[in-house]
Design a protein. Structure first.
Length: 304
């Protein structure tokens, strides 16, 4: 029987949110989409938006990798050929979860095409294994605020979802690329006990501040000593951009994932914060993309 064509979408995500390294993830209302069609002779991939001119070979494509992995794990044959048309609205190598969104699209598409009937929460484990950490992929698949942990082999990824307040988020993506592997190599192999305690003491406050829209606590709760001080030097003007966001009224700021995108939260409109961040980035000699975002409560899904 011929497979029905459809479109899937997945949201951009920010990981870590300061102290929640490799655990916290939050979905944004910035979505990439992929049209899947199956009435074709060979597999082809085309893209518009970010990365349109990049490698489009099926063997290196993350959407297809995820699609096929879910087929393999479910013991079903993938379709003989697929045509993918991607509308990439999430910048690549940005710290905004473009690879998690690609994996989420592939998993949701395989689930739909082959009628596997798997719940989104159950896709997180496979997605985490493909991505290497659960933070972005959990938020990309489930939406909202998620906390993820890799359990033992039997348990797989453990995920908790939280209902988060309606934050406004100013995001800039400086025009440099930082690959996650490089940003992870910049981190120390061990951390001081006092730095671990510093982060632990902020985590519970981070959860309650994000969920409760508590601007007074968020600045404290987003402080981190495990990764950001090693990563900010990779972003020209990075520290000054975060300081500018606070100066313009942001309640809390962070490096988004492994960078170079930077995020600033407020319950009020963030146009002024965004402008201050972009101006400071430009003053450091680098142009940037600017995004004025909200939280997405929805995760990846079939949208048409
Ligand atoms: N938690 C990961 C990291 C996210 O910070 O390396 C990568 O986007």
């Amino acid at each position: 029987m011929a497979l029905r064509d459809f479109t899937v979408g997945a949201p951009a995500t920010t990981a870590n949110l300061g102290p929640g390294f490799d655990a916290f993830g939050l979905a944004f209302n910035l979505w990439s989409e992929v049209d899947f069609s199956f009435d074709c002779e060979r597999t082809t991939i085309s893209a518009e938006g970010y990365g349109a001119g990049l490698d489009s070979r099926p063997e290196t494509n993350l959407i297809l990798t995820a699609f096929k992995e879910l087929c393999r794990e479910s013991g079903v044959e993938p379709p003989r050929a697929l045509r993918l048309r991607c509308r990439n609205r999430i910048p690549f190598g940005s710290g905004l979860g473009s690879s998690a969104a690609a994996i989420a699209c592939g998993l949701v598409a395989a689930n739909e095409a082959l009628d596997l009937g798997i719940e989104a929460a159950e896709l997180v484990d496979l997605g985490s294994r493909i991505e290497g950490h659960p933070d972005n992929i959990a938020a990309a698949l489930l939406g909202g605020l998620t906390v993820g942990a890799m359990g033992d082999r039997e348990e797989g990824a453990l995920i908790a979802s939280y209902s988060v307040d309606d934050w406004n988020v100013a995001v800039i993506k400086p025009h440099i690329t930082i690959f996650t592997e490089d940003a992870r190599r910049a981190l120390p192999k061990t951390v001081a006990m006092e730095d671990a305690v510093f982060n632990i003491q902020r985590i519970a406050f981070l959860l309650s501040a994000l969920c409760g829209g508590d601007e007074d606590t968020l600045g404290f709760a987003m402080q981190d000593r495990l990764h950001q001080e090693y990563r900010l030097p990779l972003i020209p003007g990075g520290r000054e951009i975060l300081d500018a966001a606070i100066g313009a009224g942001a309640a809390g700021v962070a490096v988004s994932g492994s960078g170079p995108a930077l995020v600033a939260f407020s319950m009020k409109p963030v146009d002024g914060i965004l402008a201050a961040m972009a101006d400071t980035c430009l003053a450091a000699g680098i142009d940037c993309d600017q995004f004025n975002l909200k939280v997405s409560r929805d995760g990846a899904s079939v949208i048409a």
